[in-house]
Ligand binder design. Sequence first.
Ligand code: BES
Ligand code: MN
Ligand code: ZN
Length: 500
Amino acid sequence: MKLSLSQSGLTETRADALILGRHADEARLSPALASVDEALGGLLTRVMAAEKFEGKPGQLTHVHADGRRLRAPRVLVAGLGPKKGSNAEVVRRAASAAARRARDLGARSAAAYLAADGLPARARAQATVEGAVLGTYRFDRYLKEKSPKQLEALTVVEPEGRQRAAAGEGMRAGEVWAAATCLTRDLVNEPANVVTPSFLARRAQEIAKAGRLGLKILERADCAKLGMGAYIGVAQGSEEPPKFIHLSYTPKGRARRRVAIIGKGITFDSGGLDLKPADGMYRMKDDMAGAATVLGLFSALPKLRLPVEVHGLIAATENMPSGTAQRPGDVVRAMNGLTIEIGNTDAEGRLTLADALAYAVREIKPSEMIDLATLTGAIVIALGQGMSGVFASDDPLAGRVLGAAEAAGEKMWRMPLHDEYKDGLKSDIADLNNISSQRGGGAIVAGLFMRDFTDGKPWAHLDIAGTAFSERELPLGPKGGTGVGVRTLLAYLSAVAGRR
Ligand code: BES
Ligand code: MN
Ligand code: ZN
């Protein structure tokens, strides 16, 4: 989407669609709406009254301006909800809904002025761009007939001359954050016959080259040498060679922190010999969503120049059943020396992440580690498909992650690492079993398992099994990969870098 900033008056703004916002508790029209309404001879007020448009969030109405004193042939008004408590997410969702509607009405260009009460110009511009880009996202590369309706250009209107620089900064950030999210969505939407571990490695190479990032790809033998028996065990049943991907972004000058971000990268999870039933296996191409989030993040980092050192780790592999596959009851040794009895080959994510965490501890020595993983069906039972679970061994880190999620508009909820459930992970013959002998609390148990590989370092684990892929259209995108986590991580890194 081509982006531009306009500082001219709304009635002078040229676009196929003009997008405006309205709060629910505005007694009178805002000056912006009033000026457009006047140019339309009061049409807007009449239509809003007739349609009982109240400015509720998600509400949308439009009028055609034909022939009237306006440079835009259509005007869309999006509800911004009550003034009190309005925030960036309100603007994102309004921009998303309006951009979609404008596109579906045949507009190729839109100009948006979505002024939510109290939201500074920079945040408003960023949210407008994020909403419009994410809302009109489509994954159509395998369709012969692509929709001719495309929103190709967006103008952000910022009437205040003094706010020009701020609005420009916000737009640039919004563009980068949204593009990174779309990259992640594409990777999740691509099928597993395309996105193999080798494909992820090649994509990492492209991203590293374009952004002058550090990149190490460890092959199976390299991982074996490092002692990553847990990861290698998962990979041994697949014809696809595993690839351990280590991306790094080093800022110019002094870094404030060294953060390791780890993404679960199971490019297809059949369950292994503990094979999943057909229903449970169908969507398992999305089991690399955490990895896709890491790649999306690293596509953005070079453009943002944050003073933070960031490492991205992906232990990519398929989880397949075969004559060479890992057996239930096998014992493997992870990189930190702990032995693991395989109670269930379908609890593979924690095995790959165990070695990635141990690698981070030993090779990177980060100030904090954050992993993202489509880890458990249990988190979907606990929190549903609208919230990610946040587990953390460190309260300040948990607070920063939740604060970043809030800023990004991604719903996340802290979950407990309840120590007493660790008992269930005991094995008779190894240090740990990869599943619990006790019933329930599956997402917590998985978190407790992984904590044993963090060496007591500040660590947060985001279980995105319910949120990485959506079966229905969402406020900020269509069905399919959501790109969850990308913008939360960008908000997190911006905040620890001292930028907002
Ligand atoms: N990739 C799955 C988790 C998952 C389930 C993601 C549903 C998205 C939707 C994971 O590898 C898995 O199979 N977990 C098992 C663990 C069990 C065997 C202890 C689960 O949650 O059933
Ligand atoms: Mn599994
Ligand atoms: Zn899995």
